[in-house]
Design a protein around this ligand. Structure first.
Ligand code: SF4
Length: 151
């Protein structure tokens, strides 16, 4: 069972759509690379929805007692909260509402991906602080990632 923020799995699918199948360890020390590999190796692995620190955050240098102390780049999204923790929570809440999921729900990666396929729709509202051209690119990659993941 993998504990994961909804938007983290969406990010993994988006990167997959962008051709990322073998991510390398990040300088932050977080576990995106290992969790990605685990999910890509087993599309039916169970995912527990977590809106706080997840298994990706656990080894991260910015995970301080379960709270992310990092900031986001607001240069192109001035209306977004600078705190990554606050921004991530917004993303998770919006994705959870869109996909009909709640904290601690358990879905397989395949089931989650089906929900993204069937319910994501136009994601510009989820990333409303981000310029539309960037979100349009993200949407294309996400759709491609979902299609590839579902085979
Ligand atoms: S959300 Fe924060 S603690 Fe979690 S992986 Fe990202 S930077 Fe690290």
């Amino acid at each position: 069972m993998i504990s994961i923020k909804p938007h983290h799995f969406v990010d993994i699918l988006t990167a997959f759509g962008d051709g990322c199948t073998d991510p390398k360890p990040h300088p932050y020390g977080h576990a995106v690379h290992s969790v990605t590999k685990e999910i890509l190796a087993n599309h039916y692995v169970s995912l527990r929805m977590e809106f706080g620190a997840d298994d990706i955050c656990l080894p991260c240098c910015h995970n301080v007692n379960g709270l992310c102390d990092d900031t986001i780049d607001v240069s192109f999204r001035p209306k977004a909260p600078k705190s990554k923790r606050e921004y991530n929570l917004l993303m998770d809440q919006r994705w959870a509402e869109r996909l009909g999921i709640q904290q601690d729900d358990i879905l397989t990666a395949h089931e989650f991906c089906l929900r993204v396929r069937d319910r994501a729709g136009d994601i510009s509202d989820i990333y409303r602080e981000t310029p539309v051209d960037r979100t349009a690119e993200r949407q294309k990659k996400l759709q491609l990632g979902v299609t590839k993941f579902l085979g």
